[in-house]
Write a protein that binds this ligand. Structure first.
Ligand code: KG4
Ligand code: ZN
Length: 342
């Protein structure tokens, strides 16, 4: 096997973004993402519609990624795909496509854990200036629509989840609270935008007391639900009238909960570097607070470029490359695992 010039295709289809990326020896040549607007009509991801959209998007997205990278199918040396965790039907579209293409091209298949790929997105780069990788071992706060984890990253292949949510994920909290407020899906980016105009101190929400490095966000969601229900009854239109201050208060609470636990983990693990990953790492306040925390503790923060925050295939290809170099391939019996955690 020629270890000198490894060109990999990455395929991501775990939720509602269909993505394909081409990397050459770790350098990202293309990273194409097709979102699915259909879910906005329903206020959340509808799994059956997501699978159908992946099916129609996957070929054009892969074609676009190859074209943008100026790479032909015959130059590919391997295919990395998301095995899980994720929605079963959505994962199956990516897994089946990856298997068919690897069979047709006679190249190895590499299965990737989506959550580990969010962490390893920090090793994606397009130019040499972007090559500022976290030093092992480091702590990563991984916050997405389905997960909230503090991960002790020992090396590219070994990661330990040292804290996680006991109920809703941070992104889920943003999305569900936005829905309660009558805002469209996905609520996270919209709360972020509205919060910029608001006063975070006007509506303080309680912090849960959760032991160790774990999190809980369902109590916050319930307290916002009852608070708005009562206030809207007393004063119709309250939520709409106060939405910027409400968004600022909610965002401040969610990000403070995340930062307090990350700080606790820093004190326990004493890393040189910390990193932020997952869709919620696009949140402007969280990015600011993680950078401030690192400065306060005299350590280095790694905040991902926006392109690598939400779901993307570049992170799948990068995570796949680490396994590829160790010869960790899958055969054609590979399957999707919606609860994959190894
Ligand atoms: O990682 P991701 O793209 O998909 C999953 O694997 O879940 O994360 C999506 C989540 C959604 O809950 C979305 O609302 C949230 O990331 N998100 C944000 C922001 N951008 C995306 N949450 C808060 N502020 C943002 N700017
Ligand atoms: Zn994700």
């Amino acid at each position: 096997m020629n270890q000198d010039d490894i060109i990999l295709l990455g395929i991501e289809s775990s939720c509602d973004d269909t993505s394909a990326a081409v990397i050459r020896n770790g350098q990202v040549l293309s990273n194409v993402v097709a979102g699915q607007e259909i879910h906005q009509l329903y206020g959340g991801v509808v799994p059956e519609l997501a699978s159908r959209a992946h099916e129609s998007n996957i070929i054009p997205v892969i074609d676009a990624a190859l074209k943008e990278a100026n790479i032909t199918k015959s130059q590919l040396k391997g295919i990395a795909f998301t095995k899980g965790p994720g929605l079963p039907g959505s994962l199956m579209v990516g897994v089946s496509f990856a298997k068919a293409l690897s069979l047709a091209l006679a190249i190895p298949l590499v299965e990737v854990n989506h959550m580990q790929a969010h962490v390893l997105a920090h090793f994606a780069y397009k130019s040499q200036e972007e090559k500022k990788f976290p030093r092992f071992p480091f702590l990563c706060l991984t916050v997405s629509g389905g997960h909230t984890q503090i991960v002790w990253v020992k090396n590219e292949l070994e990661m330990e989840i040292v804290g996680e949510t006991l109920d809703d994920a941070a992104g889920e909290a943003f999305d569900k609270i936005a829905k309660i407020m009558g805002l469209p899906y996905p609520g996270g980016p919209l709360i972020d935008k509205l919060a910029k105009e608001g006063n975070p101190e006007r509506f303080p929400f309680p912090h849960p007391q959760i032991p160790e490095l774990n999190f809980s966000f369902s109590g916050l969601k319930t307290s916002v639900l009852y608070f708005l229900r009562d206030r809207d009854k007393e004063e119709p239109g309250f939520t709409e009238k106060n939405k910027t201050d409400l968004c600022a208060g909610i965002q401040c609470t969610i990000t403070d909960i995340l930062i307090q636990k990350l700080d606790k983990a820093i004190k326990l693990y004493k890393p040189q570097d910390i990193a932020l990953a997952g869709g919620v790492s696009a949140n402007s306040e969280l990015r600011k607070k993680v950078a401030e925390l690192a400065q306060k503790r005299g350590i280095q923060a790694h905040i991902p470029a926006f392109e690598y925050c939400t779901d993307n295939a570049a992170m799948i290809a990068v995570a796949g490359l680490f396994k590829y170099k160790k010869g960790l391939f899958s055969d054609l019996s590979a399957s999707a695992d919606p609860r994959y955690n190894s």
